[in-house]
Design a protein around this ligand. Structure first.
Ligand code: WTA
Length: 644
């Protein structure tokens, strides 16, 4: 296996410079775990009240960290930078129409404070929930940080979600206010967000208020409970007192998919999140004060939220936010943005790299990409073909490609090469971050499994671990702390398969549950099934996915038992419309198969694994005698081969 060594010029200026340094830190942590965390926290964040207590594991797995501390997220991101960095550019925002706005830390502070004062004027108080349904614009960042300044809990809802999904998310956290914009622009089309919000709150009895950011002069319908941001903000003061919070208080809520029908609502608490985001940005991204960092993810998912906003700001960096889809109208938009803003650190998803590769293999040659130093990827392994193209064509074999593994539940990177230190291998996330105890285990916590696909676990609690689920403790334990045990004690189970290579590198293979990534969005097949089952013609269904061999994109196949005779194409369009209304347009079935029954165990569990094998034309070798209806497999195979 070929190892790619980091270039030497990176080591000189890096925060972590050598493998010896990494191993030394790892060792120190093993010896004095809790105190080391305490030390790190004191040194890295600006506390109102410094902590004395480290980990509290009394009520495991409901771990708490540094409960006696006082802190504020907006203060850490902004005020902590004002003394030295007030005039430094914090955010470079580029709109779809090429308009560029540069915001200094001072300006950011003024805008966030004004927005926070406006929220207070709209009767938002501590602990109130505010739903954010906004495009990628500067006001979204002001709103996020304004919420954290006065300790309103922001509930992030991706603006591409339909009114049905938004309604559910507003209701389940009893949001008092929805912040939105009149329009969002994507792929040069305008989307009326305000209409979607109106539809979403139509049937909500508590009638949340709506704060609208107007982006153009087209008139929109204004209701009794609506407030126009642009007018009101003019009256607000640039000074807003900061709310001092305990480090275990809730910072924000973010939905994520799991193996059950309903998405889970992950709570993020303050201290663990801030510390880990700050440190991982410093070490895994090796962020330096002269860097211009661009993370292409939407700020409404954990990657963008964490590493477009918090990570760079906590480290006094400069972050690029692009409003649109980076590969629209074509690949050149990516290269153009990098050239224009002299981006030197670039974080993206393998799917974007594959699109760039596919769209125009030679294009990078036409742009001055000499500023680029390191590329990071997340969300799925980067396939060797795309890796090689990027390494040779774009990097000209000079820069490392850093594959980062983490999850909404871990709040920040967990397994990733240190860019100046760790030799990389395509498709391998390499080693745990310093202080993270990751291992590949079997269900009894044994870790003897070199070169064998097994369960990826984090064996010690760490400060940025999921602080439970919104109002569902039982589901929290069941989802993350019931499958793998060491000495009878449950450890965090990630739901990913992984392999430990001979050199102790960790290679992530795939999810164990039916969660997939579609263009960088995490979706559970159960969620999709839940919506499809509502179709009158569907008695029961199972959605499976497979990877397209060429594009590597996930493709959905849908297997259904039908109640009434219905034309397949009609049913497919009906269901896709249903999905579009209830989730968002990215989720689309590519085809469906109408069958008599689903393969189930006697206890009624659908054996999706078998369906997946059929759609991938794999030979089924496992024992199917436990099935209630083993013959069905042959029938489905036959139908699939005849119809697809
Ligand atoms: C997958 C995104 C392989 C994994 C930050 C994980 C990856 C899920 C990688 C979390 C990677 C993330 N290699 N798979 N480098 N990074 N994943 O919550 O299955 O949207 O469990 O967080 O993405 O997705 P989420």
């Amino acid at each position: 296996m070929q190892l790619f060594n980091p270039p030497e010029n990176l080591q000189k200026k890096a925060h972590i410079k050598s493998m010896e340094q990494y191993l030394e830190i790892q060792k120190e942590f093993e010896e004095d775990y809790n105190n080391k965390w305490l030390e790190l926290a004191k040194d890295n964040l600006e506390w109102f009240k410094k902590p004395e207590i480290s980990l509290n594991g009394e009520n495991a797995p409901f771990y708490k960290w540094f409960e006696d501390w006082e802190i504020n997220a907006a203060y850490e991101c902004i005020d902590a930078n004002l003394e030295k960095n007030a005039d430094k550019i914090a955010i470079i925002f580029e709109a779809e129409n090429w308009e560029v706005t540069k915001i200094t830390y001072k300006k950011l502070s003024q805008q966030v404070n004004k927005t926070a004062n406006l929220l207070k004027k709209l009767w938002i108080q501590k602990w109130d929930r505010v739903a954010l349904y906004m495009p990628m614009i500067l006001e979204s960042i002001y709103a996020i940080l304004a919420c954290t300044r006065i300790w309103a809990i922001h509930n992030i809802v991706f603006w591409w979600f339909s009114s049905g999904a938004l309604e559910e998310r507003i209701v389940s956290c009893s949001a008092k206010l929805v912040i939105t914009a009149d329009w969002a622009y994507r792929k040069w089309k305008a989307y009326n967000l305000k209409n979607t919000v109106d539809k979403a709150i139509e049937n909500i009895d508590s009638k949340p208020k709506v704060l609208v950011i107007k982006r153009n002069n087209i008139e929109i319908k204004i209701n009794e409970n609506d407030y126009i941001y642009n007018d009101l903000i003019l009256e607000e003061s640039e000074v807003c007192e900061v709310e001092k919070l305990s480090s275990e208080d809730l910072l924000f809520l973010l939905y994520t998919s799991g193996s059950t029908g309903k998405p889970k609502w992950v709570k993020h608490s303050i201290w663990g999140y801030l510390l880990w985001v700050k440190l991982t940005t410093k070490w895994a991204f090796d962020l330096q004060k002269w860097d211009v960092f661009w993370c292409t993810a939407d700020i409404w998912w954990i990657t963008g939220h964490t590493y477009s906003i918090y990570g760079p700001l906590l480290n006094g960096g400069t972050t690029v936010i692009y409003e649109g889809v980076p590969t629209y109208p074509d690949a050149w938009r990516v290269w153009e943005i990098i050239e224009k803003h002299k981006v030197n650190k670039f974080y993206t998803a393998p799917t974007l790299i594959r699109s760039l590769h596919k769209l125009c293999k030679d294009l990078p040659k036409n742009y001055d990409l000499s500023s680029l130093e390191i590329l990071w990827t997340v969300w799925e392994p980067i396939n060797p073909e795309a890796w090689n193209w990027f390494y040779e064509m774009v990097w000209q074999k000079k820069c490392p490609i850093v594959d980062t593994w983490w999850q909404t539940e871990t709040w920040g990177h967990m397994i990733a090469p240190l860019p100046a230190v760790t030799p990389t291998i395509p498709w391998v996330a390499t080693l745990p971050m310093p202080w993270i105890m990751a291992n590949i285990l079997d269900k009894n916590g044994e870790d003897i499994w070199y070169n064998k696909k097994w369960l990826l676990c984090i064996t010690k609690p760490w400060p940025s671990m999921i602080r439970w689920l919104w109002e569902d403790d039982e589901k929290f334990i069941k989802s993350y702390f019931s499958d793998v045990k060491i000495d009878w004690k449950p450890v965090y189970f990630s739901w990913d398969w992984a392999i430990k290579l001979d050199n102790n590198y960790i290679k992530i293979t795939w999810r164990l549950d039916d969660v997939i990534n579609v263009s960088g969005h995490r979706i559970g097949t159960a969620e999709v099934e839940d919506i499809i089952s509502k179709n009158e013609s569907v008695a029961e269904c199972s959605v499976v996915w497979r990877k397209d061999k060429i594009t590597w994109e996930n493709i959905f196949w849908f297997i259904v038992i039908k109640k009434e005779i219905n034309k397949k194409q009609e049913l497919l369009s009906e269901i896709n419309l249903q999905l579009r209304k209830n989730i968002w347009p990215i989720v689309k079935l590519d085809d469906l198969l109408i069958i008599e029954g689903l393969p189930k165990t006697r206890s009624g569990k659908i054996m999706r694994r078998l369906l997946r094998s059929i759609t991938a034309w794999e030979k089924i070798t496992s024992d199917i005698s436990t099935l209630e209806n083993p013959k069905i497999i042959e029938e489905i195979e036959k139908l699939y081969n005849e119809n697809i």
